[in-house]
Design a protein around this ligand. Structure first.
Ligand code: FAD
Length: 287
């Protein structure tokens, strides 16, 4: 299919990009890698009249350490995440997750900002960002604000981005040395979105789980933080009984759509399995 008619804009500064977005209103959309937006336009599920391409806007790329946080510019591609030594050493789960997104062609163009701002429940980065306690830097006509990833997602393709706002960076707390991590994703075939996926970061102390955070992808209209599931394993040696309790607690908050990836009960069932697998693999990696 061919997208509808649109006007292409390529601002060189953030101020110009924000002004364009504010002046053009609801009919304007930022364009990042285009690997979610353009397919939606081709299907006529999105029909923006103006595309504001962010590629020439200065300062939106790059990965840097700021205190205890890793700050990733919104226009950093998934491929650049994979190539980063900082990500590999401080946030290895981000690397693991990026590798499970689509295929190299998509990863060369698709950006972290587009992935988290899109609001697609099938995108892998949002649940991971919630698991890691990330915050998003949002810049708009009223200035800059920070929003926790956990407060950003309000429904499918519905986020707390205000009119005229652009997500400029993602700030992720560096994880402590020796932490365990795993992103488990069940998909129908290479390159597919998740049928169900779970992200886990944890620390172990004296053979028991000391801290734990669990996120869920594509198991609801929004990414989910499975807090009761995480509580179910803290203080345990991660025996079968606590793994089962965690999976059950996670399943109670899942409400996936029944679709081509399977009926609701199946997706919840495999969602529980993803939680158990991610917990086991994360614990095995923890020092
Ligand atoms: P775009 O498509 O350019 O934008 C997406 C949306 O976000 C648009 O509404 C746009 O206006 C908005 N936006 C973009 N950047 C900003 C910003 N900085 N501030 C505010 N709003 C912004 N993703 C996965 O997570 N997992 C998968 O398994 C997966 N499989 C895929 C398979 C295929 C075949 C394809 C084509 C895509 C797949 N994707 C998958 C999606 C891919 O990761 C996209 O690149 C990503 O979701 C969007 O990033 P983008 O840079 O391409 O954004």
């Amino acid at each position: 299919m061919i997208p509808g008619h649109f006007t292409y804009h390529r601002p060189a500064s953030m101020a110009d990009a924000i002004k364009l977005l504010s002046d053009l209103g609801e009919e304007a959309r930022p364009l990042a890698g285009g690997h979610s937006l353009i397919p939606m336009m081709k299907l006529r599920l999105a029909t923006p009249e103006h595309l504001i391409d962010l590629h020439a806007v200065e300062g939106l790329k790059g990965i840097r350490q700021e205190g205890d946080n890793i700050v990733i510019g919104a226009m950093t591609t998934q491929h650049e995440l994979l190539a980063s030594d900082v990500i590999a050493s401080s946030l290895p789960i981000l690397r693991e997750t990026a590798l499970l997104i689509a295929d190299p062609q998509v990863r060369y163009r698709g950006t972290i900002g587009g992935n988290v701002a899109n609001g697609d429940p099938g995108n892998d980065m949002p649940a991971l960002m919630m698991t890691l306690g990330a915050t998003y830097r949002l810049e708009g006509p009223d200035g800059v604000r920070e929003e926790a990833a956990g407060d950003f997602y309000q429904g499918a393709y519905f986020t707390s981005l205000e009119p005229g706002e652009i997500l400029t960076a993602v700030s992720v707390p560096a994880q402590p040395p020796g932490h365990g991590y795993a992103y488990e994703k069940l998909k129908r075939k290479i390159g597919d979105y998740a049928t169900a996926a779970a992200a886990v970061v944890l620390t172990m102390s004296g053979g028991k789980v000391a801290t734990c955070s669990i996120g869920l992808t594509n198991l609801s209209e929004t990414p989910l933080l499975a807090e009761d599931a995480a509580r179910a394993v803290i203080g345990t040696v991660l025996d079968d009984a606590s793994l089962k309790r965690a999976a059950e607690a996670a399943i109670t908050i899942m409400s996936p759509a029944g679709d081509g990836r399977g009926p609701v009960e199946y997706r919840k069932h495999v969602g529980g399995i993803m939680v158990e697998r991610a917990l086991k693999r994360a614990a095995a990696r923890a020092a």
